[in-house]
Design a protein around this ligand. Structure first.
Ligand code: BES
Ligand code: ZN
Length: 600
């Protein structure tokens, strides 16, 4: 399936059908004063079309000083041209090649506004003394800091030399991360082929603590111990995933806990998951996020969506595997609760989304691929796999998935590739069962098949009853049980209360359960939503502080959306946002600008 011009990916200008980049070597200076990365990118390529004489790369806002091409050690200046910039895609960089060339070298610098980088002032860090930098390349932001073929269909190895101020540390999603030594020059090598969206860099005052023989955690020094305690089960998760789906193929698994402006919960950068500090709840109750990012080491990083229309192959599989890992490490009660909450999220999302966004194999032509990143590919995809597990039996389905990862290891595949593999390796063995699978409904149609699994959890059903009791004035069950409830049960209780609640009822809840003071970001978020809806002014200060200190889009987007629904709320949103915006990541800024408007 390719586009009329031969391209497979509508979100890239690159021409991998003619010339394919195989290796990238970076040599970059990190300039915190100017907020730029500058240096060179050397790209080795192979021609699939021997006559091809032009390499086309993706860029967004890169300042290209010079391009050279060559073979071996011989370099010559190369004619290059940057085409017109598209608001979503950025601009193509075309480099003219001589017949025998197999490499190009590009001297370039990023801009301070690069969409894939966030430069933090010392005040935005835990330590307050040093600046911090981190990247977020998915979906198409790698092109804002490296000139590359920025399509997940192209995989490269890479190496990098990165220079920082001598007292800071640079890390990459690669081999070579320092566990103590500083000095300002760092060398990395990524021997496994990865797509550009998995390239990652960070720099700052960063410490390390080991978690196990092949895992550890990086964070600002004052956060390291807390992070290590929270993620103490990482090795167990790795062992569980390996039992299910085969060897971990990336050597080490480390986690970098970022400052709170990180716009996502987590990002599966290979060998070095990037994570929000809002998962540090103190009781491991939010570590499904680590199970999720670790699961991407199989679904996503090993077997990769070839285009952003196939995003569900990354996230649906990963959500399914995340719950299998949680089941192995924390038991079926916990994973069962997560499945129930996941189906709730899906139904909320289905109530909001356009039909075109309810399709797993989504059409994103002309759109920003980030628009496809709703809960739908995660939860509908996971339910689809769960339905196959239930139909064919766990033993058979586990064997199928393991074979799938081996078969497509280190490849990028489309939905059609998966479906063909599914038919051959699962369906053909049991036609009677296969005939009952509404495959087209799952993959190409909006909504959910009627046969979609409905996960149940005894514990959450009990909590739902307590919420009903509370609503009808019998508050004793919840008062007695809340202190012993897990985070998932508390979330279920809050979600199950009708909304809006009156100010008096909100005060009663707050007094009983100390919700405004909750340090658990998920609970605080759920509570603040209810507080806005019910006009509960006693939570105003906490809301302002939450929005000013956390940039995680999953939390701030719904809160701003809720605020702007009323006149006074809109004014408050403007006031809070004016202060918070300079600290938000470009991705979160773009989202919140759309909700609140750009401050004058
Ligand atoms: N790969 C995603 C994050 C992502 C998706 C970034 C699309 C940019 C575009 C990551 O694995 C993820 O799904 N993170 C979730 C957490 C997870 C536990 C559901 C998040 O950040 O909320
Ligand atoms: Zn994910």
């Amino acid at each position: 399936m390719s586009l009329p011009n031969g391209r497979l990916d509508v979100h890239s200008y690159a021409n991998p059908e003619e010339i394919r980049v195989r290796d990238v070597a970076l040599d970059l200076d990190v300039d915190f004063g100017k907020r730029i990365l500058s240096g060179t990118a050397t790209l080795h390529f192979e021609r699939s079309d021997p006559a091809a004489d032009r390499l086309v790369l993706d860029t967004r806002g890169l300042d290209v000083a010079r391009a050279e091409s060559g073979r071996g050690q011989a370099w010559a200046a190369a004619r290059h041209e940057i085409g017109p910039a598209d608001p979503i895609l950025g601009a193509p960089l075309s480099i003219q090649l001589a017949p025998g060339d197999d490499r190009v070298r590009i001297a370039y610098a990023t801009r301070p506004t690069a969409s894939g980088l966030q430069w933090l002032e010392p005040a935005q860090t835990a330590g307050k003394r040093h600046p911090f930098l981190f990247s977020q390349s998915q979906a198409i932001h790698a092109r804002s800091w490296v000139p590359v073929q920025d399509t997940p269909a192209v995989r490269v190895t890479f190496e990098a030399t990165v220079r920082t101020p001598p007292d800071l540390v640079a890390l990459m999603g690669a081999a070579g991360n320092s566990t103590g030594e500083r000095g300002g020059t760092y060398r990395f090598r990524m021997p496994q082929r990865i797509p550009a969206y998995l390239m990652a860099i960070a720099a700052g005052d960063i410490g390390f603590a080991p978690l196990g023989p092949r895992s550890g955690v990086y964070a600002e020094p004052s956060v390291v111990a807390r992070a290590a305690a929270e993620f103490a089960d990482t090795e167990k998760m790795m062992a569980a995933a390996e039992r299910l789906y085969g060897p971990y193929r990336w050597d080490r698994y480390d986690i970098l806990v970022l400052p709170p402006s990180f716009p996502f919960g987590g990002m599966e950068n290979p060998r070095l998951t990037f994570a929000t500090p809002t998962v540090l709840a103190g009781d491991k109750s939010l570590v499904a996020l680590i199970a999720h990012e670790l699961a991407h080491s199989w679904s996503g990083n090993l077997v990769t969506n070839a285009t952003w229309s196939d995003f569900w192959l990354n996230e649906g599989f990963t959500t399914y595997i995340e719950r299998r890992i949680v089941e192995e490490v924390y038991g079926p009660e916990t994973s069962g609760m997560e499945a129930v909450l996941g189906r709730q999220d899906l139904e909320d999302e289905l109530a909001r989304l356009d039909e075109r966004d309810e399709i797993l194999h989504i059409d994103l032509a002309g759109r920003d691929p980030d628009e496809g990143a709703t809960r739908l590919p995660y939860e509908k995809g996971a339910l689809f796999l769960r339905s196959l597990e239930e139909l064919f039996g766990r033993a058979r389905f586990d064997e199928f998935l393991r074979g799938y990862f081996d078969h497509f290891a280190f490849q990028s595949i489309t939905t059609a590739d998966f479906v063909a593999y599914l038919r051959r390796n699962l369906f053909d063995g049991d036609r009677a069962k296969a005939d009952t699978v509404p495959l087209a409904e799952w993959i190409d149609r909006p909504g959910l098949p009627a046969s979609a699994p409905r996960p149940v959890s005894e514990a959450l059903a009990r909590v739902a009853r307590a919420a009903e009791d509370w609503t009808s004035g019998r508050t004793e069950t919840a008062r007695a049980a809340f202190p012993n409830w897990t985070t998932h049960e508390r979330l279920q209780f809050l979600r199950r209360l009708p909304s809006p609640q009156s100010v008096e009822r909100l005060r009663e809840l707050d007094q009983a359960f100390g919700l405004t003071g909750s340090e658990n970001a998920e609970i605080a978020f759920q509570w603040l939503l209810m507080a806005i809806r019910g006009g509960y002014a006693a939570a105003d200060a906490r809301l302002g502080q939450f929005l000013a200190s956390i940039g995680r889009r999953k939390f701030i987007k719904p809160l701003y959306e809720e605020l702007v629904k009323t006149e006074s709320g809109r004014a408050r949103a403007r006031e809070i946002y004016a202060k918070a915006r300079p600290g938000y990541h470009p991705i979160s800024v773009e989202t919140v600008d759309r909700i609140v408007g750009t401050p004058a």
